[in-house]
Design a protein around this ligand. Structure first.
Ligand SMILES: [Zn+2]
Ligand SMILES: [Zn+2]
Ligand SMILES: [Zn+2]
Length: 470
C-alpha cells in the first residue's frame, strides 16, 4: 500500500474526486468541508468513528450529510450501529476507486432530489432520511439493535437527527410519516418502555408487596398429608440429616405426591420481615429510575418501513400534491399479463429464498350496491381503491382486477403479511366510509405463499374457495 494513503495529509485525490480525510490525530474544521466529494475517516477508534460519522450525517446541509463516508482501518469493527453510518471500507489502493465511484453516484443522484420539505414537525427529518435512502438506492428504513439508544434500537437514517436519549422521538417521526402515507410498516418487534421517559432499558424485579424491596427469598411450602401440617420447607429440615421430618408429628417424609406435596411457594421479605405468597413484578427504568408496575408499561412497535409509491415520488417530485396526475395513474394489469407474471414468480420462488404471496381482496356485496350508486361511481370507487393498494406496493409488486369486485395482488417479501393486509383493508374501509357512508361493504382477503403453491390456477381457485367468491 502506498504510504501516502496514511499520511496526515488531509486531502486524498482520486481522478477528479477529492476526499477529505479525517483522522483522530489532527483537528479539522467543518466549514470548509462542502468543497469535497466525500469523507474518509482514518481511525480504528470506534467512538471517534461513530461521533464523526454522526456529525456528518447529522449536519443540517445536504452538501455535507449526503456525502459518502468511507472508513480506512479496522474493518473488523463488529458494531452494526457504527457500520450503518459508513458507505464503504478502504483497505487498499483499489478501494479508492470504489469510493470515488460511489461518491460520484451519490452526487449525481442528489441532483434528482426535489428541494421541497413535507409540512409538519418531523418534515425536515423525514426528508433527510428519504434523501439518504434515495442517494444510496435503498428503499427500507430498518431498525438495528443499538445499546447506545435508550430504546435499544436505532434507525440509522433518522437517528442521526436526534440525541441518543431522544430515540423515542424517532418512533414518533416514523408514525407520523406512516400517517402521511409516505411509508408502510412491517412489524418486527414489540418493546415496552418507561411511562415517564419512554426509555427501553428496564430492570424487571420481583418485589415485596408491602415495602417494594426486591430483597426477598422464596421457599417451597410443604403439606404433610398424615397430620395435615403445612409449613415452609425449612421447618422440615433437620441439621444433621438429609431426610425431611415433620415438626408436628415427627414422622419422616418419604415420597412427594404420596405422603406429602409442595402446594406453592411462600416468600419472605428480608427488608420488612413480612411473609406473603404472591410477589409484585416491577420494572425500574435504568434511564430515569421510575419504578413501575409492569401492567402500566407503554408498548411500542419496532417496525421496518418501506417507502410507499407516494413516498418514493415525493423524493424527486416534491411533497406537495402537484404530482397528483402521476399518482392517479393506476397500473392495473390485464388478467393475462397478471397470470404470466404470477407464473414466472411461482417458478422463481421454488428456486430462491424469498417470501412472495398472492393475495385476493374480494368485495363480497359490491354488486348489490352498485345498482344504487351507479356504474360511474362504482368504477371511480374501484379506481380509488386500486390507488390505495398501489401506493402501498413496491416496484416489483403487481395488481389486477377480476370481474370488477376482486383484486389480485402479488406482494414481495413482507415479513408480517397478515398485519400489512389488515392495515390495507382498514384504509380501504375508511375510504368507503368517507365516500359512501350508507354502504356497508364486506371485504374479505386471503393469501397464499407462492412457495407453497403448485400452479397459478390452482392457487387462485383455492383462494376463491376460501373467500367464497361466487
Ligand atoms: Zn418488605
Ligand atoms: Zn406431620
Ligand atoms: Zn424512564
Amino acid at each position: 500500500m502506498d504510504t501516502n494513503l496514511h499520511s496526515t495529509n488531509s486531502v486524498v485525490t482520486v481522478g477528479k474526486i477529492r476526499f477529505y480525510k479525517i483522522n483522530d490525530r489532527i483537528a479539522f474544521f467543518w466549514n470548509a468541508l462542502m468543497a469535497y466529494d466525500g469523507f474518509i475517516i482514518d481511525s480504528s477508534n470506534a467512538v471517534f468513528i461513530r461521533s464523526v460519522a454522526r456529525e456528518i450525517r447529522g449536519h443540517h446541509q445536504p452538501e455535507i450529510y449526503l456525502k459518502g463516508i468511507f472508513l480506512m482501518g479496522n474493518p473488523e469493527l463488529k458494531n452494526r450501529a457504527v457500520y450503518s453510518l459508513i458507505d464503504g471500507f478502504i483497505l487498499g489502493e483499489e478501494d479508492l476507486n470504489m469510493a470515488a465511484n460511489r461518491a460520484q453516484e451519490y452526487f449525481l443522484r442528489s441532483l434528482d432530489i426535489h428541494t421541497s420539505v413535507p409540512k409538519g414537525v418531523y418534515g425536515s427529518i423525514i426528508k433527510k432520511a428519504f434523501d439518504l435512502l434515495y442517494t444510496r438506492q435503498n428503499k427500507t428504513l430498518s431498525p438495528i439493535r443499538d445499546t447506545h439508544s435508550i430504546i435499544g434500537y436505532n434507525y440509522p437514517e433518522l437517528s442521526v437527527s436526534f440525541d441518543e436519549n431522544e430515540e423515542p422521538q424517532v418512533l414518533d417521526a416514523l408514525e407520523w410519516a406512516d400517517k402521511e402515507g409516505l411509508i408502510w410498516p412491517d412489524f418486527q418487534e414489540r418493546i415496552y418502555v418507561c411511562t415517564s421517559c419512554s426509555g427501553g432499558f428496564l430492570s424487571f424485579r420481583e418485589v415485596c408487596p408491602h415495602c417494594k424491596s426486591s430483597n426477598i427469598d422464596g421457599e417451597d411450602l410443604v403439606h404433610h398429608f398424615p397430620c395435615a401440617y403445612i409449613g415452609p420447607l425449612s421447618d422440615f429440615q433437620l441439621e444433621d440429616s438429609s431426610v425431611l421430618n415433620c415438626p408436628k408429628c415427627n414422622k419422616d417424609l418419604h415420597h412427594i405426591g404420596v405422603d406429602y406435596d409442595k402446594p406453592s411457594v411462600i416468600n419472605h421479605c428480608n427488608n420488612c420481615d413480612s411473609i406473603f405468597q404472591d410477589v409484585y413484578v416491577k420494572a425500574k427504568c435504568m434511564n430515569c429510575e421510575t419504578d413501575m408496575d409492569v401492567q402500566y408499561l407503554k408498548s411500542r412497535n419496532i417496525n421496518s418501513y418501506k417507502l410507499t409509491k407516494k413516498g418514493r415520488q415525493a423524493i424527486t417530485k416534491g411533497y406537495s400534491y402537484d404530482g397528483i396526475e402521476e399518482q392517479m395513474d393506476v397500473t392495473l394489469h390485464s388478467m393475462d399479463s397478471f397470470l404470466s407474471l404470477l407464473r414466472y414468480d411461482i417458478i422463481r420462488e421454488s428456486r430462491e429464498l424469498g417470501d412472495d404471496v398472492l393475495t385476493g381482496i374480494y368485495f363480497e356485496n359490491l354488486n348489490d350496491f352498485a345498482s344504487q350508486f351507479g356504474e360511474f361511481r362504482r368504477q371511480s370507487l374501484m379506481r380509488e381503491i386500486a390507488l390505495i393498494v398501489q401506493q402501498r406496493l413496491n416496484d416489483l409488486d403487481y395488481i389486477c382486477l377480476e370481474q370488477s369486485n376482486l383484486f389480485w395482488i402479488v406482494i414481495h417479501d413482507v415479513k408480517n403479511i397478515e398485519k400489512a393486509l389488515e392495515n390495507l383493508v382498514k384504509d380501504i374501509k375508511e375510504l368507503i366510509d368517507r365516500n359512501l357512508p350508507s354502504v356497508k361493504l364486506s371485504i374479505i382477503f386471503e393469501y397464499n405463499h407462492l412457495k407453497a403453491v403448485s400452479s397459478a390456477d390452482a392457487c387462485m381457485i383455492d383462494l376463491k374457495k376460501k373467500m367464497l367468491v361466487e
